[in-house]
Design a protein around this ligand. Sequence first.
Ligand code: GAL
Length: 444
Amino acid sequence: MFSKNSFGKNFLWGVAISAQQNEGGYNTDGRGLSIWDLFARRQGKIKGGFKPYVACDFYHRYKDDLLLVKALGFNTFRFSVSWPRILPDGTGKINKEGVAFYHKVIEECLKLDLIPYLTLYHWDLPYELEKEDGWANDRIIRWFNRYATVCAEEYGDVVKNWIIMNEPMGFTSLGYMLGKHAPGKTGLNNFFPAVHHAVMAQAEGGRVIRQIVHKAHIGTTFSCSEVIPFTDKPEDKQAAKRVDILLNRLFIEPALGRGYPKEDFRFLEKLELYNRAWKYTDRMHFNFDFIGVQNYFPLVVKYNRMMPIVQASEVKAATRKVPHTAMGWEINADSFYRMVKRFWLYGVVKEIIITESGAAFKDKLVNGAVNDVQRTHYHEKYLRALLKEKNEGINVTGYFAWTLMDNFEWAEGVKAPFGLIHVDFKTQLRMFCIRWNNRNYTFF
Ligand code: GAL
């Protein structure tokens, strides 16, 4: 068995949330609309037709919720700032009340001795900017620069830990290629520009924070999933390689100064042709202090010539009869171990923080509590793998559980609960997944 102490005194025990998924208050105190507020109005886009207007009402309940963070034993709190709350039009006029809200959140964290980790962009683009093509418009690099500047000037004295972006592959692929997330766009004409501009804006955000915030500790986050070929057949292996390049290398490699991994996947050469801003490629790189690794599950794929571009399709965990969560995601701590190691093996990453990992399960309430054995086991297994990594000399300095409480899980609505705390969305009642004095999350 391991204990909290096995990770050393300075280890960051964090829990992560995001503005769009938790805050609500969507039209309160001058906040502008986000692409998700609008996307949720479209028929069939969000399970159960859920609208994220109130979400967990963190906007009004942040004080109580931060007490819960403390009570669970965490020492670090990751949250994101809502761009349309700060700049309702995306650029231009600053919304003072919106700015004040995060000052209060940060102040409360500091009072409770929780280290704030502030994420600048966790997918809630101001709708006003999407009207001008959002991430597909190269002006977004300037818009993002302005937003990052406002945040840095406002919060830079009190927040030292900055995360520029949450999973650029997530919002560009789901939002601008597959149409499953806001803004619901599809096709390469949207995807390629969005990718390039997100890469550039990410590095730009890093530069802005470095310049304005004294002694800033700057990182950004990447999603990753080990991609395993279903069989040893060469066509399955090739298929796995293509998916791997897209999922795991497309964003980290330009950020590290290696450019796009296009020599390994000819299709990516087209990326160049689609981007008017291509000439600025020397600005894709930023010297991040840490990399936020976000890993939940591995993917098993096989060759499928019917699938465009990657010519691969997933062999689901349920089909393979391996343990999985309510999202259908395979639970595999060995794969988590291998992915974290891979980031380290680039040789230039100075520090790794696991900025998200977690599991959705359909919780059952018994006498007002959830006996949360499955979720506890998940975190325990992933933490054990991480400890091994740490003991092998990899500079992993923290683990942030996704997420504090059940929240608005994007296209899944509220049907995929990831929370350590159960939320009843009709009453906003929070319930510890484990009874208060008998909780299993002793490692946090
Ligand atoms: C991540 C994302 C989070 C959360 C989580 C679980 O990709 O950053 O916002 O939704 O997945 O699906």
